[in-house]
Design a protein. Structure first.
Length: 266
């Protein structure tokens, strides 16, 4: 059976409708859950419940599979798998870098895609990194953030994990940029999805052990780390131009980490 790629004519409209449905679902969640105290996490009770569900699925399925994968698959093969899936994301990163007017990053992502695809056996070998061509991971959620769309409340998605309202809406567009969704028939497509998920989880095994051992409240630690990382990803270039860009102001209008001006001497 031959594996082919296709792009349905109505893919964009279906993805937009999916994003709107996801966003609408999140907006309706406050009616189903008690409000939390953290202003960034008004759905904390519900988010904690979903996080516990995700942890349960991870402990009985994904983490054991990742442990077996890491233990029995040679490191060289695992590196090739990670390189292959990383190469698949460079095309969508190129598009989002261009939409954010990060033209140097866009050019480097475009060069990475071509170099690794044609010289790296379809991306299995990371030739671009050997040539010091940097990878810039970008998604549509970051693009919306650069365009000024606020993150909205923190949400935990079933099976997908930490997100925000903005990133939840962007998921349908990110799906458009995923080449795996065009693989036909569906059997190898979902085999690729499964392999990518196991590979990602295997790469996070040590991080997960550190979080489990160090965090008094795993949920709060994960939430704060996720929000901080997403802010850094969105404002990385702005921070180079303006050290105070993207930082939450205090009540007096000063950036959070900028000391107040000294009072004039009398």
């Amino acid at each position: 059976m031959t594996t082919t790629f296709h792009s349905p004519p109505s893919a964009l409209s279906r993805s937009v409708l999916t994003g709107m449905a996801l966003t609408a679902s999140v907006l309706m969640l406050p009616g189903c859950a008690s409000l939390g105290q953290n202003p960034r996490d008004p759905l904390e009770p519900l988010n904690r419940s979903i996080s516990q569900l995700n942890d349960g699925v991870d402990s009985v399925a994904l983490k054991p599979a990742a442990i077996v994968y890491r233990r029995y698959v040679p490191a060289l093969v695992r590196t090739g798998v990670s390189n292959f899936f990383g190469n698949l994301t460079d095309g969508w990163s190129f598009v989002n870098s261009a939409l954010q007017f990060k033209f140097q990053a866009a050019a480097e992502n475009f060069m990475r895609l071509n170099v690794n695809t044609f010289l790296g056996l379809g991306g299995i070998l990371d030739v671009a990194s050997e040539l010091n061509i940097e990878r810039h991971k970008e998604d549509f959620g970051q693009t919306l953030g650069r365009w000024g769309v606020p993150a909205g409340p923190y949400v935990v998605l079933p099976l997908l994990g930490p997100s925000t309202l903005r990133d939840t809406f962007a998921l349908s567009f990110d799906r458009l940029g995923d080449p795996i969704r065009r693989v036909e028939p569906w059997t190898p497509r979902y085999e690729l999805y499964t392999l990518r998920g196991v590979d990602l989880r295997a790469n996070l095994l040590r991080v997960g052990d550190v979080v489990d051992g160090a965090a008094l409240d795993k949920y709060s630690f994960t939430r704060d780390a996720h929000l901080q990382r997403r802010r850094a990803e969105i404002f990385e270039r702005k921070s180079d131009e303006d050290p105070n860009a993207g930082k939450e102001p205090q009540a007096d209008g000063q950036p959070a980490d900028k000391p107040a001006e000294p009072a004039p001497k009398k």
